[in-house]
Design a protein around this ligand. Structure first.
Ligand code: SF4
Length: 372
């Protein structure tokens, strides 16, 4: 495996080039990728509709090994369960992913795009790790493949669909229904690899996760959202303040892309009931949770273009934030929410699942030490 490259790092175009250079057809690449992602069959020998010589070439050049799950932690409540995975990469770096399994069948996977984060948000524990490296597209996709297999092993998804037949089922083997890029790292800071992974994730022939079920959450790297009107995935912008002074303190990115730029960007986008931009707002006691803050947000944004996701600060047992922040009490959270609701906004409050296992928003640090 040492000298071989991971097949999961190859885009469709790159694999097509490999097939053509090996004397085969472009369409063979799609067949191979359908085996790998749709059926999640990783053994080249089992890809029975691929010519034998091409299978040999694949075996000589690529491996389909996945990173290792080093540890997991688990939490259950009446709505379902959350499971946090500590995943070891080939260079011994670690990342975390969190599965939120709802009793209604939704299986949302929160995935990482970097091994740390250089954005330095003051309320985020990942920021404490500093800038890590970018994950490759294969490492991003591997989180879905690994955890999908874990769900299957636990018998929590529908019955396995592939049985060694090339086109035996119209159902993808993936057990994941929704993906959110809200794990470790800033996805738009790793745009090339994230885009590569998105193309495979959302292709009906591969992982078959509909674009409207994929959310990219950004701290606000607005230069990467220039074509926002054409974006087919859901976008969430981490806002967290109603004025620039507070946002500068919470999120250094605001010095480059201040609130006014966010407002202008959002106003450029046509209103869409089905694809409003989500504004994430981590509520921090005494910092940004006052009624005045809510009033400022109401003046700035239109209910036809955005919805709010309020996240009372997650403070784990061993939280080390860059500043000494506290979670607001429930009354403050409810009053803030009510103010926005009365102004016509759609508002959800995420009392993060997975909080007790430090798998809530802004809590991923890849430090979990807990046996499976
Ligand atoms: S909130 Fe997101 S962008 Fe900010 S430091 Fe944490 S991981 Fe990075």
């Amino acid at each position: 495996m040492e000298n071989k490259k991971s097949l999961f790092d190859k885009s469709q175009r790159e694999l097509e080039e490999f097939c053509v250079l090996s004397g085969f057809k472009r369409y063979n690449a799609r067949q191979i990728m359908r085996w790998v992602y749709f059926y999640q069959t990783f053994d080249f020998a089992k890809m029975t509709d691929i010519p034998k010589f091409l299978r040999d070439e694949l075996m000589n050049n690529f491996h389909t090994g996945l990173p290792a799950i080093l540890a997991t932690t688990y939490e259950e409540d009446i709505k379902g369960y959350s499971k946090k995975y500590l995943i070891g990469l080939k260079d011994n770096k670690t990342i975390e992913s969190v599965l939120i399994n709802y009793n209604d069948g939704r299986k949302t996977l929160c995935i990482s795009s970097q091994t740390g984060c250089k954005m330095g948000c003051a309320f985020c524990e990942t920021a404490g790790l500093g800038g890590g490296r970018n994950l490759s597209s294969g490492e991003i996709l591997s989180q879905i493949l690994l955890i999908s297999a874990d769900i299957k092993e636990a018998g929590l998804g529908p019955a396995p669909v592939h049985s060694g037949r090339a086109h035996g089922s119209a159902e993808p083997a993936s057990k994941i229904t929704n993906v959110v890029f809200m794990g470790m790292g800033e996805p738009l800071d790793n745009m090339v690899e994230v885009e590569k992974s998105l193309n495979i994730m959302s292709d009906n022939n591969f992982l078959a996760i509909a674009p409207r079920k994929i959310t990219i959450s950004t701290c606000g790297l607005l230069d990467k959202l220039k074509n926002i009107e054409k974006f087919k995935y859901k976008i969430a912008i981490s806002l967290n303040a109603s004025d620039d002074i507070t946002r500068n303190e919470l999120m250094p990115v605001n010095k480059k892309f201040p609130l006014e730029d966010i407002v202008n960007l959002i106003n450029r986008k046509k209103p869409s009931i089905h694809n409003k931009i989500t504004l994430e707002y981590v509520l921090i006691k005494g910092v940004n949770d006052g009624i005045l803050n809510a009033k400022e947000l109401i003046k700035m944004f239109s209910p036809s273009k955005v919805k709010f996701n309020l996240i009372p600060l997650n403070k784990g047992k061993n939280s080390i934030f860059l500043k000494n922040f506290e979670r607001p009490d429930n009354d403050a959270v409810n009053n803030f929410k009510l103010k926005l609701l009365k102004a016509g906004f759609t508002v959800t409050t995420r009392f993060s699942k997975a909080r007790s296992i430090n798998g809530g928003c802004g809590q991923l640090t890849a430090k979990t030490i807990c046996s499976r």
